[in-house]
Each structure stands twice: as structure tokens, then as C-alpha cells.
Ligand binder design. Structure first.
Ligand SMILES: [Zn+2]
Ligand SMILES: [Zn+2]
Length: 393
């Protein structure tokens, strides 16, 4: 793979180059959740970002691949971690780490006769194991104990009445499940196979300038064997599978409500519990009922006489028609409250209120008789409704 096309996987995951495996995993989970295609349907940018994240995590989330990436700036399956494999190391000048500019004299216990002592001195060995073998030569992933699986989010579009009354819906989501073939171990089982990196010797040779060193094979940690990867999941221990199930949506959800479905997130790690699924609802607006929190707002037109003299009018509510008393002298825009006739609350058994906004409708006057009555009305009520405005003019 040409190095020029390589991306900075650390930057993609937003972690430092010295990030611990748990830190990398955490960063990946957080970002993957944000850019997951299920959460961003139809969003190409998010999809690309998600692919990039998965790619970065595939490398950095794997000790061995990360080691290769750290060393070469890119990853290829053909390069065993820590440098070229046994075949390449037999020839002088094999590609690898160049130590020509490295001052070895700083280390006082350099052993110049490795054959006699069965290897290099401790100082050298430690340095090389750090350089070539960050994982400490462990074959399996770090044992970190059971961990809870990641949470998932699913967006759900609901009709107004379904949101008010609650409903039951069948949804299909792509969950990461424990691989049924390997039961999440990532291993194909059976006897371990000969390590491909060292050919079973447990040792690898490193070329540094004109010197050659023998180090513990970082691929197998010196055992000369490695496990077989599960074919079904490629060794990850997880498979992605669409799953359909019924979800109960409680009465009163609104746009942006999050309904938690326990245990329907991604599968846990090493027997840990599954994460949770969050259903994020988006509710269709209603032609007359406007919702703000648990309260409902309705505009109710009244005649001039009803507003002036007072009246009992019937108004629609979420729970059927209700009669409301318009007090005499009610102004347009005034709000009247109907207690407990709002939307059901998700937090308590109580309901919100309904607010009725009065809208005074002025009649279109055509006949002389009505005009005469209105002129008479003006004469009997000479008060100036613009009195307040005059203070400012
Ligand atoms: Zn598997
Ligand atoms: Zn090996």
C-alpha cells in the first residue's frame, strides 16, 4: 500500500499516539455511535466518517496491527509486526528500523558477544522489546474483564395521536451481536497453528544498520504458535445482524424524547451485559393542537358579543370536547387554562394543561341596521383604546 494514501488513524480517533487500548476503544465507540449509519440515515458524510473510524479502529484496536502501523505509518497484512518476517531477515539490508543514527554507547551493558551468553544483555533486550513489542508479547487481547456493550440509537417517526396515546411498534435495527460461531472469543478453537511470523521458532531477527538482533517474536510472544481466527467474525468476536422486535412507546412522547429499551444495544464484551437501545421519537404536528412540553395550545375564535358579554363555548381537547367559560370583557389573545387536559407526562401520572387562546372575530358588516347599532355602541362607550399609546407619541 503506498504510504501517501495513508491517513492518520490517531487523528481520526482523536487520541494521542500513546493512547492505551481502552482509551482507543472508548474513543472509537463514542465516535462510531455519533456517525453510525442507523443514526444518520442517508447522510453520506457521516457514512464516510463511519467507514474511516472503523478502518482506524481495525488497525489501532489491534495490538499487532497497531505496532505495524506505528512502525511504518501504514498497515499491511503482509508485514508482521515489529519488522520484516523471518524470510526477509535472512538477507542483509532488509527493510526495517534504521538505527544508524542511534548512539548505542549510552547503554553500558551492551553485550558484544551474544552467542556466548545466549542472547543480548538485559538493557538491550528491554529496549528492543519496547521498540518492537509494545504489547509485551501477549498473543491474546488484553484481558480486561466483562464490559457493557455500546448503546444504539434509532429514530422513529410517530403520528400525533400515537405519541399522545402511546403505541407498540415493530422496529428493525442492526445490532452488533456476540459471534455465534466462536461465542465471542474470536478464535476458531482447536489446536493453535504455527505462528506465521516466525515459522514456529518464537524468535524474530531484526536488522539495525549492519547489526542483526534476535528478539522474541512479537506475533506469538515467543510461543511459536497462534490461535486460528474465527472465520465467521474474522477474529473480532462480533457479527452485525439486523434484529426485529416490538417496542412499547409510552403515552406522551414528544419530538426528541428518548425511550430506553434495555439490553437491545450492542453485545457486551467477554460476557458483559449488552448496551441499551434508545428510540428517539419525532412526532408529526397536529393541525390545531400545538404542543409545548406537556401543555397543549389551541386557538379558539369567539364573536365580539361572546367576548364582550361572556359565553360558554365548546372547545376540542385531547380527551374530547370540553366546555369553557369565556368571562365578560375577554380580549383577543387572552389565554384560558383547562387544567389536566394537556398531554400525558412521561415523568409522572399527571397530565399537562390545555391553554385556550381567545381570538375575537370581528363581523363583516353590510346592512344598515347593524352599522347603526355599532355606531350607537361607540357613542355609549366613548373610551379610547389607544390611550396608552398616546403617552409615547
Ligand atoms: Zn466468531
Ligand atoms: Zn511467532
Amino acid at each position: 500500500m503506498p504510504a501517501g494514501t495513508q491517513k492518520d488513524y490517531y487523528a481520526i480517533l482523536g487520541v494521542g499516539r500513546d493512547a492505551k487500548p481502552a482509551e482507543i476503544r472508548k474513543a472509537y465507540r463514542r465516535l462510531a455511535r455519533k456517525y453510525h449509519p442507523d443514526v444518520n440515515p442517508g447522510n453520506k458524510t457521516a457514512e464516510e466518517k463511519f467507514k474511516e473510524l472503523s478502518q482506524a479502529y481495525e488497525i489501532l484496536g489491534d495490538d499487532k496491527k497497531r505496532q505495524v502501523y506505528d512502525q511504518y505509518g501504514f498497515y499491511s497484512d503482509n508485514i508482521p509486526p515489529g519488522g520484516p518476517g523471518p524470510r526477509a531477515s535472512t538477507g542483509a539490508g532488509a527493510p526495517g528500523v534504521d538505527f544508524s543514527g542511534f548512539d548505542f554507547s549510552n547503554f553500558d551493558n551492551v553485550d558484544t558477544e551474544p552467542e556466548k551468553h545466549g542472547g543480548f544483555g538485559g538493557g538491550f533486550r528491554d529496549i528492543f522489546s519496547q521498540l518492537f513489542n509494545r504489547s509485551g508479547g501477549r498473543e491474546e487481547e488484553e484481558a480486561e474483564g466483562p464490559q457493557k456493550g455500546g448503546d444504539l440509537e434509532h429514530h422513529l417517526h410517530l403520528g400525533f395521536w400515537d405519541a399522545i396515546h402511546g403505541t407498540q411498534v415493530r422496529i428493525t435495527i442492526g445490532r452488533q451481536e456476540t459471534c455465534p460461531t466462536c461465542k465471542g472469543t474470536g478464535s476458531a478453537g482447536g489446536a493453535p497453528i504455527t505462528c506465521a511470523a516466525c515459522g514456529g521458532t518464537g524468535k524474530a531477527t531484526r536488522q539495525a544498520g549492519t547489526m542483526r538482533f534476535t528478539v522474541t517474536c512479537p506475533q506469538c510472544g515467543g510461543t511459536g504458535r497462534q490461535r486460528r481466527h474465527c472465520q465467521a467474525c474474522g477474529g473480532s468476536g462480533f457479527v452485525r445482524k439486523p434484529e426485529s422486535f416490538e417496542v412499547r412507546i409510552p403515552p406522551g412522547v414528544d419530538t426528541g424524547s428518548r425511550v430506553r429499551v434495555p439490553g437491545k444495544g450492542n453485545a457486551g464484551v467477554q460476557g458483559g451485559p449488552a448496551g441499551d437501545l434508545y428510540i428517539v421519537t419525532e412526532v408529526e404536528p397536529h393541525p390545531i393542537f400545538e404542543r409545548k412540553g406537556d401543555n397543549i395550545y389551541v386557538k379558539v375564535p369567539v364573536t365580539v358579543s361572546e367576548a364582550a358579554l361572556g359565553a360558554k363555548v365548546e372547545v376540542p381537547t385531547l380527551v374530547g370536547p370540553s366546555t369553557i367559560k369565556i368571562p365578560p370583557g375577554t380580549q383577543s389573545g387572552q389565554k384560558l387554562r383547562l387544567r389536566g387536559k394537556g398531554a400525558p407526562s412521561l415523568r409522572s401520572d399527571a397530565r399537562g394543561d390545555q391553554f385556550v387562546e381567545v381570538q375575537v372575530v370581528v363581523p363583516r358588516v353590510a346592512d344598515e341596521r347593524t352599522k347603526e347599532i355599532l355606531r350607537e355602541l361607540a357613542r355609549l362607550n366613548p373610551e379610547d383604546p389607544r390611550q396608552e399609546l398616546k403617552k409615547y407619541s
